[in-house]
Design a protein around this ligand. Structure first.
Ligand code: ZN
Ligand code: ZN
Length: 318
């Protein structure tokens, strides 16, 4: 019954606001992008496993992989795309804003306007028809079990639905800086693959170093940074705890908190989406918030919004 009324609400909203765009050409382009951005890093990941098995991996490879991963996922995705661009949870200067948006771009999860539009739509219709990537519902109705997890993790990308950025990210379309970064998305991405190769090539003064850096700091890192986004969509709406009444199925997942830079405190986030701080207990490691806090201490970030104890008390699940 509730699902039926939500579906009707969605139909009304679709009529009024056109939350998705029906365009075959754009859908075909999106499909090609999805395939390229997932197949190439997947092949690189398999090559990486073979390299590991043959013992062809050195310390520089691992340092490049870990550094690039944390720069893109923590600084780029959770701080930049998510807390700054999607939710405006803090303010910063133009240079830092540009840096976050470029680091988010090179995570390979899509250009900033595309990502933010999908994410805001996810919040608006969370776990109901209209949510682009819920494990509990798709455009036509309820989902359960593995089918739901598959849809939220990967399947939604093949729906052919294009979120209308004019409805969900008008502010960013009107922002010349974000528009510029959005337009040159592929360039930032290619640079992020080439630069680790150059670094290792120069450090080792070998061609094999150049290839290794490209592989570990570039393509294999891209595999993990893309998967980190998919994992949030599937796992943190399925497994974990639900301490706050957020009106959806979001969960806190301790195991994913470090690799997602704090995004896995997902129920905390859905309950208080405007807060820059996702880890609400002292033991809830939130690398994204620590990065924001460090920048605030040196005056590069300001107006950082946080959840108050009263707000938490009001939404606590009894
Ligand atoms: Zn969510
Ligand atoms: Zn969010």
């Amino acid at each position: 019954m509730q699902l039926e009324s939500t579906t009707n609400l969605l139909k009304d909203l679709k009529k009024k606001k056109k939350i998705t765009i029906a365009n075959d050409q754009l859908a075909a382009l999106q499909l090609k992008r999805v395939l390229a951005f997932n197949l190439i890093p997947l092949i690189a990941f398999i090559v990486g496993i073979i390299y590991l098995w043959l013992g062809w991996v050195n310390t520089i490879d691992i340092v490049l992989l870990v550094t690039m991963y944390f720069l893109t996922v923590v600084m780029g995705i959770t701080v930049g795309y998510h807390r700054l661009l999607s939710h405006k949870a803090f303010q910063t200067n133009t240079t830092i804003r540009a840096m976050f948006a470029i680091l988010g771009s090179i995570a390979g999860q899509g250009p900033p306007i595309y990502w933010v539009a999908n994410h805001r739509r996810h919040h608006e219709f969370c776990d109901k028809p209209g949510d682009p990537h819920s494990p509990h519902a798709n455009a036509t109705g309820e989902l359960r079990g593995f089918a739901g997890l598959w849809h939220a993790h990967f399947g939604w990308l093949f729906d052919g639905e294009i979120t209308n950025s004019l409805v969900f990210a008008k502010d960013l379309i009107r922002d010349p800086l974000i528009n510029y970064i959005n337009r040159w998305y592929i360039v930032w991405l290619i640079l992020s693959l080439i630069i680790p190769g150059i670094i290792e090539g120069v450090l080792t003064r070998t061609w094999t170093g150049l290839i290794s850096g490209f592989l570990w700091g570039g393509l294999i890192r891209l595999f993990f940074s893309i998967q980190s986004g998919y994992i949030i969509n599937s796992m943190t709406h399925s497994f974990g705890t639900h301490p706050f009444d957020s009106g959806d199925c979001s969960t806190n997942n301790i195991w994913l908190s470090i690799p997602t830079g704090g995004d896995a405190w997902h129920n905390n986030h859905h309950a208080f989406p405007k807060s820059a701080k996702f880890g609400l207990k002292w033991w809830q490691i939130d690398l994204g918030y620590w990065a924001i806090l460090s920048l605030e201490l040196v005056g590069l970030v300001w107006n950082v919004k946080v959840t108050t104890p009263e707000m938490m008390e009001a939404k606590k699940v009894a």
